[in-house]
Design a protein around this ligand. Structure first.
Ligand code: XMP
Length: 312
């Protein structure tokens, strides 16, 4: 059955106004299409009674926090940028286990940073960008718990009166993109390739440090620029926790290794590898090995399964 997305937007705006009344609501923005769409939808319903924050967790792509904040400013939506870089880097220090790293990021975000913003703004309503696929994957045990209240350490049983609103819970990604386009979000956000919640930390095998983040951030910028016209489902750069011998300026050096991954998929549950032209691969290798400390670049030929898309 064809969905009337304009009707959907009107219904959601009405429903948000009904639920929030004259209260204050808060949401955390990222550069992703789901949270961006929720922000515009909730802002349309509530105006200044929606407080939107963007948390700089030190794990973002080059220039991302400022780019997102100014993009929303151009749409007339004020976003508060919270610099929590030190907190996240501290929480990630010495961690190498993938699950421990993910947990540290989740805890720092919800328990420390977001919970503080909720208290400060006195918001009683929290918007969440959950989509139908997230709910299905949570129920099926594929994804981790999406219950935002539990994540910020608030026990709903204690009747704090907080309410989570998930306006996109009946839509899949393609529906969200249609709503985003109607709401006037820039194509850059509406048709953006997937990017994981743990951001660049998902692309570092081993410890996440400022220096290693700078390396993977530089590689990410190169990969995204070189592959943006491929139309591939997703492309990324990963920093391995291993070293290889190389030669630079006539001297042997023990350098770092970057993996480039580029895949075709419809929903990321299964993926095949994009057959990139040799010319593109050579250019990627040349540019990536010009990053200080990196002397090898490899292209990952593994489909999903058996590999996953990300490395942690
Ligand atoms: P995997 O690595 O499981 O990834 O094959 C499948 C898709 O999900 C994205 N991904 C994540 N997205 N939080 C997210 O929001 C995460 O922790 C996460 N891990 C993986 C990944 O980029 C791919 O599109």
């Amino acid at each position: 059955m064809a969905v009337n997305y304009r009707g959907f937007i009107e219904e959601q705006v009405e429903s948000i106004r009904r639920q929030v009344g004259d209260g204050i609501a808060i949401n955390a923005l990222s550069g992703g299409v789901d949270r961006s769409t929720v922000t515009v939808l909730a802002h349309r319903a509530l105006g200044l009674r929606l407080r939107t924050i963007f948390v700089d967790n030190a794990l973002m792509r080059e220039g991302e926090p400022r780019r997102v904040v100014s993009m929303f400013a151009r749409m007339g939506i004020k976003v508060e940028l919270i610099d929590a870089r030190r907190q996240f880097l501290k929480a990630l220090k010495d961690l190498t286990d993938p699950e421990e790293k993910r947990q540290a990021i989740t805890d720092t975000f919800y328990r420390d940073v977001f919970a503080k913003a909720v208290r400060r703004t006195k918001a009683k309503f929290l918007f969440h960008g959950t989509i139908l696929t997230d709910i299905e994957e949570t129920v099926a045990g594929i994804k981790r718990q999406h219950n935002i209240l539990a994540q910020i350490g608030i026990d709903p049983q204690k009747a704090y009166g907080y309410q989570v609103i998930e306006p996109l819970a009946t839509l899949r990604k393609d529906g969200v993109r249609k709503v985003a386009a109607i709401l006037g979000l820039p194509a850059d956000i509406t048709y953006r390739i997937p990017f994981p919640g743990p951001a660049l930390a998902a692309r570092i095998v081993g410890e996440v440090t400022e220096e290693r983040l700078a390396t993977v951030r530089a590689a990410t910028e190169i990969v995204e620029a070189e592959l943006k016209t491929t139309g591939a489902f997703q492309y990324l750069a990963v920093l391995l926790n291993d070293y290889a011998t190389g030669i630079r300026g006539g001297k042997r050096e023990f350098g770092q290794i970057i993996v480039v991954r580029c895949i075709e998929s419809t929903d990321a549950r299964k993926a095949t590898v994009t057959e990139l032209p040799w010319k593109t691969l050579h250019r990627l290798a040349r540019r990536i090995t010009s990053i200080p400390g990196v002397n090898r670049c490899v292209y990952d030929l593994t489909p999903k399964p058996p590999a996953t898309v990300e490395y942690i």
